[in-house]
Design a protein around this ligand. Sequence first.
Ligand code: ZN
Length: 206
Amino acid sequence: MAGQGVQLIPSPEEIMQILKRTGAFREGHFVYPNGKHTAHYFQMPLAFRYYDTARVLAVALSRKFRVERDVASQLPKVSIISPSSGGIPVAFGVRDALSAEQIFWAEQESGKRMFRQYINQGEINPCIIVDDIIRSGHAIEETVELVKSLGAPIIGCGAIVRFTSAPDNVDGVPIKSLVEFDEHFFDTAADCVECKAGAPEERVRF
Ligand SMILES: [Zn+2]
């Protein structure tokens, strides 16, 4: 680990080592609820169950925002927003590292993404949206729409891991990540390399 005064960001390889060590990243043969097959599985809360690991990941992500002039100039009057429960530990960690003033998280209610808290127009600071992992980008995009509907500008967006198949920006704001992962999904068992190899499959959820 770098010393407190050294603003180093761990390399993607170092981040992947952390994810492997904590079980947040596994290799094998996995089948998702949508029927897709893949050789990798991310379950990010397993990395965030350890305080020290959660802190390393969140501080690293926060450094990618702090160097942005648009963010640095507006701190501490910034909101950190999580699109879902998985992003909440990331949001708290990034908020802490940046000393940002506000934190909000969205939830799915009746299929619609919304804030549970009572938020009125103008009460929300310029926003940084953070999540643990961006697979398709849908959660981030829905959260962008939600934040825009509240009249708040989005000044940053990021995740610990972003699949390279996901968007690399939202509304012109680049998505920052500690790892860019080139995930490959097989649409059917017939296409799947692991199935062809006869590897036992494990059914997983997102
Ligand atoms: Zn398969």
